[in-house]
Design a protein around this ligand. Structure first.
Ligand code: GDP
Ligand code: MG
Length: 184
């Protein structure tokens, strides 16, 4: 990544973003929805791609996000340090209909901080907001945890697409803003 003149810096941004969170919270489907506008109703750990590169427009500039998916290894609590290496952004995902996945957020945050830079731009994502009747974690609880930990916060549904693009865009925009300030 080169930061030189105003003209040169347009095409050069490539941000590594990692998806983390307990198994079956919807990480792979958030990426499938965002990158390909697809949804998989049945959980299949094999659908996970290693990473997907997505172009995102920020203030008229094209930024590339290389979004990494765990492809199932989180099931065995075996997300490797290579997965985190070089990440500048992270989405920590839980399932609003399974409290246990919300209670794991602290552990994922620790793991992120162990394996990567403290300044990784992180958003807490409460996924499956469509499951209104099964909700076990309130929006206020999610927001409260995010505020306490200095994270962005959003609730999404990979099923009905709500806020999926915003979740990724929020992270990419913030990284972009931080980097452009450093350049000046
Ligand atoms: P991962 O293990 O975190 O990658 O989770 P998956 O993306 O494989 O999703 C696990 C299961 O949850 C699958 O059966 C998905 O169809 C389902 N799922 C994912 N996102 C949503 C969502 O937003 N709403 C609902 N209702 N189900 C979802
Ligand atoms: Mg997955």
């Amino acid at each position: 990544m080169a930061f030189c003149t105003e003209e040169e810096k347009t095409e050069d941004y490539l941000f590594k973003i990692v998806l983390i969170g307990d198994s079956a919270v919807g990480k792979s489907n958030l990426l499938a929805r965002f990158a390909r506008d697809e949804f998989y109703p049945n959980s299949k750990s094999t659908i996970g791609v290693e990473f997907q590169t997505q172009k995102i427009n920020i203030n008229g500039k094209e930024v590339k996000a290389q979004i990494w998916d765990t492809a199932g290894q989180e099931r065995f609590r075996a997300v490797t340090s290579a997965y985190y290496r070089g990440a500048v952004g992270a989405l920590i995902v839980y399932d609003i209909s399974r409290r246990q996945t919300f209670e794991s957020v602290g552990r994922w945050l620790n793991e992120l901080h162990t394996h990567s830079d403290m300044n990784v731009v992180t958003i807490l994502v409460g996924n499956k907001s469509d499951l209104k009747d099964a909700r076990e974690v309130t929006t206020a609880e999610g927001k409260g945890l995010a505020e306490a930990q200095g994270l962005f916060f959003i609730e999404t549904s990979a099923l009905d697409s709500s806020n999926v693009a915003s979740a990724f865009q929020t992270v990419v925009r913030e990284i972009y803003n931080i980097l452009s300030k450093k350049v000046i």
